[in-house]
Design a protein around this ligand. Sequence first.
Ligand code: UDP
Ligand code: UDP
Length: 266
Amino acid sequence: MHHFGNPRFELIRHDVVEPLLLEVDQIYHLACPASPTNVVGTLNMLGLAKRVGARFLLTSTSEVYGDPLQHPQVETYWGNVNPIGVRSCYDEGKRTAETLTMDYHRGAGVEVRIARIFNTYGPRMCIDDGRVVSNFVAQALRKEPLTVYGDGKQTRSFQYVSDLVEGLMRLMEGEHVGPFNLGNPGEFTMLELAQVVQETIDPDAKIEFRPNTEDDPHKRKPDISKAKELLGWEPKIPLRKGLPRMVKDFRQRIFGDHNEDIASSA
Ligand code: UDP
Ligand code: UDP
């Protein structure tokens, strides 16, 4: 953690599912590992925002659109979500979080902001949590085959992390509640992503097909007109520029700093 030495930085280890008493001006509510439900944590953070008069920013997700029947996805689209599927604890949890956020806004006058974040990647990402970009990068570096799920023709649109951070801050500081899609409209099939990873790390990396997970969205691409117009925001870093930055960080963490020269010449 590169902020630990900063006297203006304080880290509190806390589970948001338990109530939390703090004095704050702004709440970036990012808390939720990618999967489990997140309704109670959001309720507590909204309760906190209401008590201290803080502005509350919810990081929702493109998953609220489910397996979308509209392409690209605009904020006015209500989505296509299976309420009893394996992904629904996440999808419906975030949809409920949006509902709570709007109810606290309308009912209690809490100042709120809602971002719908699309697939994001970058340095310091967890190496083994199973997301596709981190999987492919770690696999290529370790000389393992890239695991493509299904036929690899499903699409995602990948946003570099610094673009997202810029968007979240503009949203927090701006005047608009949202929801706003925050994502990069550059759309890739998983096979195309595998190809970009091959070009970036190892042209000889093999591809291995695996069965896909249930209810996997077939297509995903944000329409970001609203964020462009009202937040003056759009992503600046395309996949082919962002990926090498992530690879550099993954190399260092997978092989260790002392092996960096060997690793980067590999
Ligand atoms: N809450 C919290 N910190 C606060 C204020 C509230 O964690 O500073 C929690 C509180 O424990 C409750 C939730 O937020 O579970 C919702 O609070 P609210 O005051 O809106 O609802 P109430 O407690 O009246 O049901
Ligand atoms: N995926 C893949 N290989 C992997 C991990 C994921 O082909 O090793 C696919 C997955 O089936 C999905 C896409 O990549 O179609 C994005 O998956 P991820 O879990 O990164 O994000 P999400 O499903 O939340 O968009």
